[in-house]
Design a binder for this molecule. Structure first.
Ligand code: ADP
Length: 205
């Protein structure tokens, strides 16, 4: 059951701004503006592409900060099981990152909304959380999957992302105690903040 929504702003210069927290069962969901490569949660999630060979956006940032061991493991995964379909997830070590693991998932490319995009996006979040639970992680950070190069409109993507995480946490008695959405740019951050406030209102009323 959801027991509360807190509004906070730590106001400390050069620190990530943390605005909203949402409590679900024994887990806390929060939204911060910042760089996911700096997070020290048990895992961070990468919005990868099916090749798993790195790319731009958050994918490029994670490989750059984590170093070559992540790419090497990704290559081994692709050699073993082929390209990663959209909506699925795999895990590697975190290399030089503070996070010990990276969960790589592939979101949908936005093609107008009638090509199963919403279900694939929800699946990318669900499959990532499933892996985190299998590994008994306590904490995980997500970027805003598909809202960069893959052009998913953020007003829609934010609702799907948050609802999927909330529903998964609500239905689980698992090890996960903290889920953080780490949003790089202000427009995306604002969209998630208002989506979470709206969802909180619906839950509470
Ligand atoms: P996709 O191909 O899934 O759209 P992108 O990496 O292009 O993936 O964009 C996904 C989101 O990741 C975008 O909202 C982008 O602003 C954000 N992003 C880019 N770099 C970082 C980072 N270092 N930390 C967190 N989010 C990031």
């Amino acid at each position: 059951m959801i027991i509360g929504l807190l509004l906070t702003n730590n106001g400390v210069e050069n620190m990530e701004r943390q605005i909203t927290e949402f409590i679900i069962n024994q887990a806390k969901l929060s939204i911060v503006q910042g760089d996911i490569t700096k997070q020290n949660t048990d895992a961070i999630v990468n919005a990868a592409n099916s090749s798993l060979m790195g790319g731009g956006g958050v994918d490029g940032a994670i490989h750059k900060a984590g170093g070559p061991t992540i790419l090497k493991e990704c290559q081994q995964i692709v050699a073993r099981q082929g390209r990663l379909p959209a909506g699925k997830a795999v895990i590697t070590k975190g290399g030089n990152l503070k996070a010990k693991h990276v969960i790589h998932t592939v979101g949908p490319i936005w093609r107008g909304g009638e090509k199963g995009e919403s279900e694939i996006l929800a699946s990318a979040y669900r499959e990532s959380l499933k892996l985190a639970m299998e590994y008994k992680f306590n904490s995980i950070s997500f970027p805003s999957i598909s809202t960069g190069a893959y052009s998913y409109p953020v007003d829609k993507a934010s609702v799907i992302a948050l609802k999927t995480v909330i529903n998964t946490l609500r239905n689980s008695t698992d090890t996960i105690r903290e889920v953080i959405f780490v949003l790089y740019n202000n427009q995306i951050f604002k969209a998630y903040t208002s989506a979470l406030k709206e969802l909180a209102k619906q839950q509470i009323s």
